[in-house]
Design a protein around this ligand. Structure first.
Ligand code: NAD
Length: 250
């Protein structure tokens, strides 16, 4: 059966584990060639091998999204390996769970450089290729913390609010090049990065805030990302889709 992303080339940042890994696997199952771009060599190589083992196309490129030069080299390698870039998913991010009064400049600098500067670096480096091809799909992974603001996650909420506004502004700037820019906004999702938090609060207690009474699995988020890169969504841009079981509505 033909995949819905046959012939497409996708870059997924932070694809070594968690939500990014699931997005990479989903795209590969749909026929895309996937670049697993992660700072973590061990996990990133494993995901690319897993995809190839299942008969898909993938390479791992070690990338620190905070470095413009690193990102530029990753994008150039993508084009030299696969010839084009159709899809960019900005997924890599970090968070500190602390009251703002207890954070230090090094905490917020790290969050801002990965969650904000990393996204700017990746979009800026893929744009020339997408503009020349007169088409592209950019999906930014935000967070419901960026929509409503969460205590203990003030800097993180701010970085994700930035990503949401950036998405809307770039959708307006890039529409004329047939490039769409959208956001998927997860609630608490069961990933390696979130498990410590989930265990410390207790899953039974957390789910009470979610009308659908469960936490997200990475596949819930990957399915929403897939929607934004399929042909069926080619008239949808500048949107923020919460995938959080009704935690944030509207
Ligand atoms: N898990 C949740 O509860 C949750 C909730 C809302 C939003 N999100 C968002 O979903 C996305 C994925 O989250 P996750 O839970 O899968 O995270 P995770 O911590 O499990 O995985 C993040 C990945 O990003 C990589 N990464 C970190 N710094 C990097 C850098 N400088 N360059 C390249 N890669 C880097 C890590 O190596 C890791 O593989 C993030 O944008 C996060 O903000 C997650």
């Amino acid at each position: 059966m033909a995949g819905r992303l046959d012939g497409k080339v996708a870059i997924v940042t932070g694809a070594g584990r968690g939500i990014g890994r699931e997005i990479a696997l989903t795209f590969a199952r749909e026929g895309a060639a996937v670049v697993v771009a992660d700072i973590d060599e061990e996990n990133g190589s494993r995901v690319a091998e897993e995809i190839r083992g299942d008969g898909g196309k993938a390479i791992f490129i070690k990338t620190d999204v905070t470095s413009y030069d690193n990102v530029k080299a990753m994008v150039e390698k993508t084009v030299s390996e696969f010839g084009r870039i159709d899809i960019l998913v900005n997924n890599a991010a970090v968070w500190n769970i602390k009251l703002f009064k207890d954070t230090e400049p090094s905490d917020w600098m790290r969050e801002i450089s990965i969650n904000v500067v990393g996204v700017l670096n990746c979009i800026h480096c893929v744009l020339p290729y997408m503009m020349e091809a007169k088409g592209g799909r950019i999906v930014n992974i935000a967070s419901d913390a960026g929509r409503i603001g969460e205590p203990w996650l003030a800097t993180y909420s701010g970085t994700k609010g930035y990503v949401i506004s950036l998405t809307k502004a770039l959708a307006k700037e890039l529409g004329r090049y047939n490039i769409t820019v959208n956001c998927v906004s997860p609630g608490v999702t069961k990933t390696p990065g979130a498990m410590k938090f989930i265990e410390s609060v207790g899953e039974e207690k957390l789910v009470k805030a979610y009308p659908l009474r469960r936490l997200a699995e990475p596949r819930d988020i990957a399915n929403a990302v897939l929607f934004f890169v399929l042909d069926e969504s080619n008239y949808v841009t500048g949107q923020v889709l919460s995938v959080s079981g009704g935690y944030v509505v509207g």
